[in-house]
Unconditional design. Structure first.
Length: 340
C-alpha cells in the first residue's frame, strides 16, 4: 500500500470515529432532553387553561413531579385526583384560590439572592396586583367570597418546630386594596384584656364567610393560641391553647389544626386535631404522623394535608371526626385548593 493510500485510510478512520462520537453525543443529548420533558413521579401533565370562576368540582395544587411542569399550578377533577393534570404554566411556592380570586406566592430569583412576592390573581390566573412578601412563603389562604387574601412568610428561621423563628402575616382586601402588612399590628386580647408583649407572632390565617372574621395562630411567651380575628376592629382574641395553623370548616363550627403532643420528637411534634368552637372539645384524627401543614377541608367531613413524599410532598386525606384511616389523595402535590 502506497503512502498516499495509507493516509487516505487513516483520514477515513478519523472521520468515521468522529462521526460515531458526534452521533453518540447527539443521541445522548436527545435522550436527556426527552427525559427532561417527561413527567416523573406523578400522572401525566398537559398544558392548558385553568379558570377560577366557573370551574366547579376542580382541585388545584402545586405540581411537584419532576418534568417541565414542576412547581406549576395544575388542575384535576375533584373526583379524579389521580387523573391527568392540566397545567396553567404559573409557578408558585404557595397557592390558594376561592370564588374567582387566587393568591400565588412567588420567588424572584436575583443575581445574589432570592426575593419573594404575593401576586393576587383574577379568575383566569392573570395578575391583578403584586404585593411584597417579606420572607420565605409558608401559608396562603383566600376567603370564601374571594374578597380577602392572606399569606404568612418566615422572616427569620425556616421551621415552626423550634422557637427561633419569626413570621409576618399579611391580609389584602381585593376590592379597595387596603393592605395590612403585618397582623402583629392588631390588638391581641387575652381573657378580654390587651396583651402587650414584644415576642408576638401571628401565622396561618383561615377566613369565615362574613368577610370580617378570621382565625389565626398567635404565639407569645412560649405558648400558641387559636385567636379569632376581627378585620373591622383590628383585634385578635385568644380562644384556646396549643393550636397552630388553623383551618375553618365550611360551616364555620370547627377548626382543624396541628397540635403539639407530649412525648413527640421536638423535630416532629404535631398531630392533626379538630376543635369544636362551641364546646372547645378536641378530637384527634387517626393520622399519627407528624403534620407540618395547614390542613384544608375538602368538604364538611374530610381533611386534606401534605406529608413528605418521594418528590417533595404528597396529599393525604383523613376523616375529621376521628374515624377511618388516612389515604393518599394525590402524589407529588402540595398547596391544594378546591373550587366549589
Amino acid at each position: 500500500m502506497t503512502r498516499t493510500a495509507r493516509l487516505l485510510v487513516l483520514l477515513s478512520a478519523v472521520v468515521l470515529l468522529g462521526a460515531v462520537g458526534t452521533g453518540a453525543v447527539l443521541y445522548g443529548a436527545d435522550r436527556a432532553d426527552r427525559k427532561d420533558q417527561e413527567q416523573v413521579g406523578g400522572p401525566p401533565v398537559r398544558p392548558g387553561e385553568i379558570g377560577l370562576g366557573g370551574g366547579r368540582g376542580q382541585l388545584l395544587f402545586r405540581n411537584l413531579a419532576w418534568g417541565p411542569h414542576r412547581d406549576e399550578v395544575v388542575s384535576v377533577p375533584a373526583g379524579e385526583p389521580g387523573g391527568v393534570r392540566t397545567s396553567s404554566g404559573l409557578k408558585c411556592l404557595r397557592f390558594h384560590a376561592a370564588a374567582g380570586t387566587g393568591v400565588c406566592l412567588e420567588a424572584v430569583h436575583g443575581a445574589l439572592d432570592d426575593t419573594y412576592r404575593a401576586v393576587v390573581l383574577d379568575e383566569r390566573l392573570r395578575e391583578r396586583r403584586t404585593l411584597p412578601a417579606a420572607g420565605i412563603p409558608s401559608r396562603a389562604r383566600v376567603s370564601p367570597s374571594g374578597r380577602f387574601a392572606a399569606w404568612t412568610v418566615f422572616v427569620s428561621g425556616d421551621s415552626y418546630a423550634g422557637s427561633n423563628f419569626s413570621t409576618r402575616t399579611s391580609i389584602v382586601d381585593t376590592r379597595d386594596w387596603h393592605f395590612e402588612s403585618s397582623l402583629e399590628d392588631f390588638t391581641v386580647l387575652r381573657d378580654g384584656r390587651p396583651l402587650r408583649a414584644s415576642d408576638i407572632n401571628v401565622w396561618g390565617v383561615t377566613f369565615a364567610d362574613d368577610d370580617r372574621t378570621f382565625y389565626a395562630t398567635v404565639a407569645t411567651g412560649g405558648q400558641t393560641y387559636l385567636a379569632r380575628g376581627d378585620l373591622a376592629a383590628r383585634t385578635l382574641s385568644t380562644l384556646h391553647q396549643n393550636v397552630e395553623c388553623p383551618s375553618l370548616s365550611p360551616d364555620g363550627t370547627r377548626v382543624a389544626y396541628k397540635k403539639r403532643v407530649p412525648g413527640a420528637s421536638p423535630d416532629a411534634p404535631w398531630r392533626l386535631y379538630v376543635l369544636d368552637l362551641a364546646t372547645m372539645t378536641e378530637t384527634a384524627t387517626t393520622e399519627q404522623r407528624n403534620i407540618d401543614d395547614q390542613a384544608l377541608w375538602s368538604d364538611g367531613s374530610t381533611l386534606v394535608y401534605s406529608l413528605p413524599g418521594e418528590y417533595g410532598a404528597d396529599l393525604w386525606t383523613v376523616p375529621a371526626d376521628g374515624s377511618g384511616a388516612p389515604a393518599t389523595l394525590a402524589v407529588s402535590a402540595v398547596a391544594p385548593a378546591y373550587l366549589r
